[in-house]
Design a protein around this ligand. Structure first.
Ligand SMILES: C[S@@+](CC[C@H](N)C(=O)[O-])C[C@H]1O[C@@H](n2cnc3c(N)ncnc32)[C@H](O)[C@@H]1O
Length: 231
């Protein structure tokens, strides 16, 4: 299995960090919310281990490494070119970082938390998504959490249309015409699949997570948390 962000988004890994901010409203704020969730659930001075699923160029891992100086991180991604960017970005903390070229659907290393930013929408099929969540849960220590930041769009047109209109407005503010914005959505939809928050919470519960919550939401983006129970 392999994956190329360059082919999917038509963005070279070197340009990714600029372009993702143009594509996704509130990207920075969303990453800060993931950080905040970890700060609440992990021992800030502990030698915790966090797995970054679909880590890409490592923006989230770099923020976590800076905020939690004793945290160890494993970055999992299918795209070697994206991981190469992450390697240079994380050069200063390389002793705490493992880079793994592979799928988050494969068995993951044991961890205290797993994070995902704009990554799990790559899993199209509902059953596969639930299996991916179960795979993460199996890697988590009891009391460990999954924090996933992504776009979540319900199928129902009444709710979907205004959310997509808001997302399109962000692309237009970055230079697209409205037609170009909707053409991007159509292009991305070949690979990306967004479910509504209630569907995602259902898949998380179906994967065995009994404690789930919506930590933050703004328009089409949200941060969901799921905790592996201790009992
Ligand atoms: C839109 S990028 C997000 C990157 C980064 N997390 C961020 O927030 O900027 C999605 C990433 O998920 C990776 N990806 C897609 N499917 C994957 C899979 N099954 N296993 C691991 N990585 C995957 C892609 O290669 C890509 O780097």
């Amino acid at each position: 299995m392999s994956h190329s962000v360059e082919k999917h988004l038509a963005v070279a890994p070197a340009a990714y960090d600029v372009e993702i901010r143009r594509f996704v409203p509130g990207y920075e704020e969303m990453l800060r919310e993931v950080e905040g969730a970890l700060a609440e659930h992990l021992d800030p001075g502990g030698r915790t281990h966090v797995v970054d699923l679909g880590a890409g160029t490592g923006a989230l891992s770099a923020a976590l490494a800076a905020r939690f100086p004793t945290m160890r991180l494993t970055l999992v991604d299918l795209d070697a070119a994206m991981l190469a960017r992450a390697a240079s970005r994380l050069a200063g903390v390389r002793d705490r970082v493992t880079l793994h070229e592979g799928s988050f659907a494969d068995p993951l290393p044991s961890c205290d938390a797993a994070v995902a930013s704009l990554a799990l929408h790559h899993v199209h099929d509902r059953d596969d998504k639930q299996l991916a969540y179960a795979n993460v849960r199996a890697a988590l220590a009891p009391g460990g959490i999954l924090v996933t930041a992504d776009a979540f769009v319900p199928a129902c047109e009444a709710f979907k249309v205004p959310l997509m209109r808001g997302w399109a407005a962000h692309l237009v503010s970055g230079g697209d015409t409205e037609a170009q914005a909707y053409a991007r959505f159509a292009e991305w939809a070949h690979e990306d699949r967004y479910y509504g928050i209630d569907e995602e919470l259902g898949m998380l519960r179906g994967a065995g997570f009994r404690e789930v919550d919506v930590r933050w939401r703004r328009g089409s983006n949200a941060v969901l948390v799921a905790r592996r129970s201790t009992a």
